[in-house]
Write a protein that binds this ligand. Structure first.
Ligand SMILES: Nc1nc2c(c(=O)[nH]1)N[C@H]1C(S)=C(S)[C@@H](COP(=O)(O)OP(=O)(O)OC[C@H]3O[C@@H](n4cnc5c(=O)[nH]c(N)nc54)[C@H](O)[C@@H]3O)O[C@H]1N2
Ligand SMILES: Nc1nc2c(c(=O)[nH]1)N[C@H]1C(S)=C(S)[C@@H](COP(=O)(O)OP(=O)(O)OC[C@H]3O[C@@H](n4cnc5c(=O)[nH]c(N)nc54)[C@H](O)[C@@H]3O)O[C@H]1N2
Ligand code: SF4
Ligand SMILES: [Mo]
Length: 744
């Protein structure tokens, strides 16, 4: 049979690189970068080939499954939706709408089906809505809201035009960028230097990105907030700020100047773990560059000071005149310009709290850190049924190892996922969507965060099976089940028929036509989805333009540099620092700071079932500095027990001076050891679940985002009986494959 090649995008991470998928005899035989893609220009990372592996994976579910004893049995869609409807409605009428909880995972955001996920959430009227955002970008959204008036207004970095790029708490050479869609981040970073600019990476680990930089600053985990305060102090003290830009754009400058008056580099240095001269240099160089941008991402989101740190990042960019101008922090003009209306959305901050009262709702959701508690703690308002959509919170969120048992204790749990995972194995019914290569789509979300304005279209590579449903169709059917209506059998069918007329692609088509570039505004030359579909790799809509004035949602149309509660929290932080107390105090015996790590072939918890992604040695290791290993008498490759006050795991030790002494790094998303999980390949190299070590009650002060990067641990040689495979050490040190036990 002849081969066909179809252009679309890899939807595994935010880069959404253009790919060319070649199919022969219904098999994907090749996946390459699409040189015509307007954003990725031919680049792909090794994960792109997993799009084929996922499609053909025999472990991927193709029909709905219902719990039967210890396992699952296939059932039909109609039967599944009927049962789900009855069970969920029963919970709602017995206990009220908030008794149904919902968790939305990361891949949901990678297709426009998410529109229907959002609609389901509205229909449920539950206070118990959670998502991966509260272990990811909540602090950035919170800061966007407080400074710019809307959580959506998270500025992106104009990486292609900047003269100085300073990265903290991100590793785009591996992650390819997040809340800045920048496929081939590596090349873009090299290009900054290529055109005579500078690149600095501030990170406790000498990362793949740090290797591309002019300067690496090995900050102490959690030290960024002090470092940035001291930078601001220098900018003020040495008159290095762009007063004209500040007057034009901002309010709160006086309060801010006062706040940092005493945060001298000498005072902050020990808390940042960076010497005063280096901090001074960072401030002076930022001000001296013709354009400069600080870029921060999850490394500093996942901290108790996540909000304060991101606030200081935006603030330094603004006061050096690098907000809303080329080479600085900017806002895109996407083909569907939803951000213009975002300011009218209620943030619902504090509209309700979790039952303990510790956490305020933010953008009408609660931090995922309380999910297990909201199910397990008895009393009014307890969650009695759950819906999970494209998420694996058992592995990806800190829950003290109790979420599985919590899910088992529910009256009913329905999962929308194509695998039986550590999470979905607890479901009563699993509803699998068709594979990503079977869906048609228009990328509407990521142009909001792209480094160039663009519109790209995804063609189907395979026809979906006759009885296959997309995520949005599954969501639509769940909505139909949950909308109160008379004579459900007939009216339900009518509503389903109506939804079918409004597929996300059709909605996007209308949105693009009426958007800023659309035919309805610009006439025949204007943009349509059809034009994107006919293009070889999407349509480039030009570089980012200044548009703060059009977007800003604060009442006075100014950037708020000094929200009163941010100032108060900072004053407390500075007082504590002066009194010599640390950001987080370790319990006795815990003497190492634990941070996260991502690998190029891994994507959160769910690519470990694709053989090409897990070949080679185990990647779930504890990375430790040689001095710390020597102090503990530990050697490279041996299994170690990592213990925190919350839990304990066993992983191989990787000794390297790439990491700052006193810090260890372990990746998340591993721990595929549970019985009944449908990932047969992943089970062979399971790794351990690092979220067992993180205390869910450790969160960002303002947003409730999980502060996993503030965890203290102790590391010791693992007891002999903790090792399932005795060849761990030998195999690992010789570069072979190993299996490592999770110590329980
Ligand atoms: N300790 C620690 N924990 C972390 C992080 C960290 O750095 N450290 N990072 C956090 C971050 S940034 C994130 S985003 C979260 C991710 O957390 P989650 O989103 O909860 O977890 P994922 O591992 O992304 O799991 C995605 C699930 O969706 C399924 N899936 C994939 N594609 C589709 C699809 O198209 N439709 C449907 N219905 N299902 C699909 C997969 O099978 C998988 O089960 O993890 C967080 N957890
Ligand atoms: N290959 C791959 N790519 C991915 C993903 C993946 O799992 N694998 N996940 C995707 C997702 S969901 C997301 S959200 C993005 C995340 O993308 P990034 O934000 O780039 O995430 P990480 O690669 O985890 O980088 C976080 C960095 O913060 C550093 N860090 C930790 N603590 C501190 C600290 O206190 N201060 C400073 N300055 N740095 C600190 C860590 O050492 C690490 O290098 O990546 C996406 N892309
Ligand atoms: S960086 Fe890799 S995983 Fe992300 S979209 Fe591009 S090819 Fe896919
Ligand atoms: Mo994420």
């Amino acid at each position: 049979m002849s081969a066909t090649t179809i252009a679309r995008q890899c939807t595994l991470c935010e880069a959404h690189c253009g790919i060319l998928v070649t199919v022969e005899d219904a098999q994907v035989t090749r996946i390459e970068g699409n040189p015509d893609d307007v954003l990725s220009q031919g680049y792909i990372c090794p994960k792109a080939t997993a799009m084929g592996g996922l499609h053909h994976d025999p472990d991927r579910l193709r029909t709905p499954m219902r719990r039967a004893g210890d396992g699952f049995e296939p059932i039909g869609w109609d039967e599944a939706f009927r049962e789900i409807g009855q069970r969920l409605r029963a919970v709602r009428s017995a206990y009220g709408p908030s008794a149904i909880g919902m968790y939305l995972g990361n891949p949901a955001a990678h297709s426009s089906s998410v529109i229907y996920g959002a609609l389901l959430r509205v229909v449920l009227l539950t206070r118990n809505f959670f998502s991966a955002s509260s272990i990811d970008q909540f602090p950035q959204e919170f800061v966007a809201w407080r400074m710019f008036g809307s959580n959506v207004l998270m500025p992106v970095i104009d990486i292609d035009r900047t003269d100085r790029l300073v990265i903290l708490g991100a590793n785009p050479a591996v992650s390819n960028g997040s809340i800045t869609t920048m496929p081939n981040a590596k090349q873009r970073i090299k290009d900054v230097r290529g055109r005579g600019g500078q690149v600095v990476v501030i990170d406790p680990r000498r990362t793949e990105t740090a290797r591309l930089a002019d300067q690496h600053v090995a900050v102490s985990p959690g030290g960024d907030v002090y470092l940035l305060l001291a930078m601001l102090h220098v900018l003020v003290a040495e008159n290095l700020c762009d007063e004209k830009a500040i007057r034009a754009q901002c309010t709160g400058w006086e309060q801010l100047r006062e706040l940092v008056a005493e945060a001298t580099p000498e005072q902050m240095a020990p808390h940042a773990g960076v010497d005063a001269d280096t901090i001074r240099g960072l401030a002076r160089d930022h001000a001296a560059a013709s354009s400069a941008v600080l870029y921060a991402r999850i490394g500093v989101c996942q901290q108790v000071t996540g909000t304060l740190t991101h606030w200081l990042v935006n603030t330094i960019n603004a006061v050096t005149g690098n907000l809303d101008r080329a080479g600085g922090q900017m806002f895109a003009t996407p083909p569907i310009d939803a951000a213009r209306f975002a300011k009218y959305l209620p943030m619902g901050y504090g509209a309700w709290t979790d039952r303990s009262g510790a956490y305020k709702s933010f953008r009408s959701e609660l931090p995922v850190a309380v999910l297990a508690d909201e199910i397990l703690t008895e009393g009014d308002g307890r969650i009695r049924a759950m819906i999970t959509y494209a998420g694996n919170p058992v592995l990806s969120t800190p829950q003290r190892g109790r979420l599985g048992a919590a899910l088992d204790s529910l009256d009913f749990y329905v999962a929308v996922d194509m695998y039986i995972t550590e999470t979905t194995r607890h479901a009563d019914i699993i509803l699998p969507p068709i594979s990503p290569l079977e869906r048609e789509d228009v990328n509407i979300l990521f142009p909001v965060f792209s480094v160039r304005n663009n519109l790209r279209y995804d063609a189907r590579v395979f026809d979906p099976p006759a009885d296959g449903l997309e995520d949005w169709q599954i969501m639509a059917r769940l909505i139909t089940e949950m909308v109160p209506m008379p004579v459900r059998r007939f009216t339900g069918r009518a509503l389903n028929g109506l939804f079918e007329q409004f597929s996300p692609v059709r909605l996007a088509t209308a949105g693009v036509a009426t958007g800023p570039y659309g035919v309805l505004r610009r006439g025949r030359k204007g943009l349509t989805v059809a034009k994107a579909r006919a293009s070889a790799g999407g349509i480039d809509l030009g570089p980012l333009l200044p548009r703060l004035r059009a977007l800003i949602g604060t009442k006075d149309h100014k950037v708020h540099l000094a929200p009163e509660d941010f100032l108060a929290a900072t004053r407390t932080l500075l007082d504590d620092a002066r009194a010599g107390s640390a950001l987080t105090t370790p319990a006795d015996g815990y003497d190492l700071k634990l941070i996260g790590r991502r690998h190029l072939r891994s994507n959160n918890s769910w690519l470990h079932n694709v053989p090409a992604m897990v070949k080679g040695r185990d990647r779930c290791t504890a990375l430790m500095h040689p001095d710390d290993a020597t102090d503990r008498g530990l050697t490279h490759g041996e299994p170690v027990t990592v213990t925190s006050p919350t839990g304990s795991i066993v992983v191989p030790l990787e000794v390297s001076d790439d990491i700052r002494a006193g810090t260890v790094a372990i990746p998340h998303g591993w721990g595929h050891r549970e019985p009944g999980v449908g990932w047969t390949v992943a089970a062979a190299l399971p790794g351990a679940n690092v979220n067992l070590l993180h205390d869910p009650s450790l969160t960002d002060t303002f947003s409730g985002n999980a502060a996993v990067n503030n965890t203290w641990v102790a590391i010791t040689r693992a007891p002999a009986d903790a090792v399932i495979e005795e060849h761990v050490q030998r195999a690992w040190t010789s570069g072979g494959s190993v299996r490592v036990a999770q110590y329980e």
